[in-house]
Design a binder for this molecule. Structure first.
Ligand code: NI
Length: 191
C-alpha cells in the first residue's frame, strides 16, 4: 500500500509532468496493470478491451458522501470541454466497494454523471487486484453502532493511461475541469 505522502508526491510529479512533458515520467511503470472486472452491463471487461483509446480511470464508491460526486462531476465536465476529442478516451469508474456496488448499482450511479462513463465492479479478489495495481489508498471505516453503514476513505485521483495501456499521469482532486481538460489534451496531442 502506498503512503499518502508518496501519493501526494506522485500527484505533484504527474501534474508537473503534464505541464512540462519533456522528460520521461519516472512514475511511468508504477501505476496500472491488467484488470478483469464486470461492467455495469454485466459483461466481463479487461484493460485490453479498449484498443486505440486512452483510459481515464477513477476509483471510488457509490455511497461516497462527498469526494466521488465532486470528482466525477469534474471529470464529466472536463470530457465535455474536450468535445469530439473525448471520443478518444474511455472513462472508467472502478468501485472500491464491491460488497455494495453491484453492476446495476454502479450503472445507475455513473449514468447520473456522464453517458460516456463506464462503471466497473467485480469480486473482492478482482477489485483488490486492481486496487493494488493502481496503488489506490483504501481504508474501510465501520461505525460500531451501524456496521452496515460503513465508509471507505480512498485516494481521489484520475489515472490517465495511454494508447499502449501504460500510465501517463495522475490528475488530482480539486483540479478544475478546464485544467483537467488541458492536461488530457496535452497527452492526446502526443499520441
Ligand atoms: Ni469517494
Amino acid at each position: 500500500m502506498i503512503s499518502r505522502r508518496l501519493l501526494l508526491a506522485a500527484c505533484c510529479a504527474g501534474f508537473v509532468g503534464a505541464v512540462r512533458a519533456q522528460a520521461p515520467d519516472p512514475l511511468a511503470d508504477r501505476f496500472g496493470g491488467p484488470f478483469s472486472l464486470t461492467s455495469q452491463n454485466g459483461r466481463r471487461v479487461t484493460d485490453r478491451d479498449f484498443p486505440g483509446r486512452f483510459l481515464l480511470i477513477y476509483f471510488g464508491y457509490t455511497h461516497c458522501p462527498d469526494v466521488c460526486p465532486v470528482d466525477l462531476l469534474v471529470m464529466s465536465q472536463a470530457l465535455e470541454k474536450l468535445g469530439s476529442e473525448a471520443e478518444r478516451i474511455q472513462p472508467l469508474f472502478i468501485t472500491v466497494d464491491p460488497e455494495r456496488d453491484t453492476p446495476s448499482v454502479v450503472g445507475d450511479y455513473v449514468s447520473s454523471f456522464s453517458p460516456r462513463l463506464l462503471g466497473l465492479t467485480g469480486s473482492s479478489v478482482e477489485i483488490d487486484a486492481a486496487v493494488r495495481a493502481y496503488k489506490v489508498h483504501r481504508v474501510k471505516y465501520i461505525p460500531a453502532n451501524d456496521p452496515q453503514n460503513y465508509g471507505i476513505d480512498h485516494s481521489s485521483l484520475n489515472y490517465l493511461m495511454g494508447l499502449d495501456g501504460k500510465f501517463r499521469t495522475l490528475i488530482p482532486h480539486n483540479t478544475p475541469p478546464e485544467r483537467m481538460a488541458a492536461i488530457i489534451a496535452s497527452y492526446l496531442a502526443k499520441e
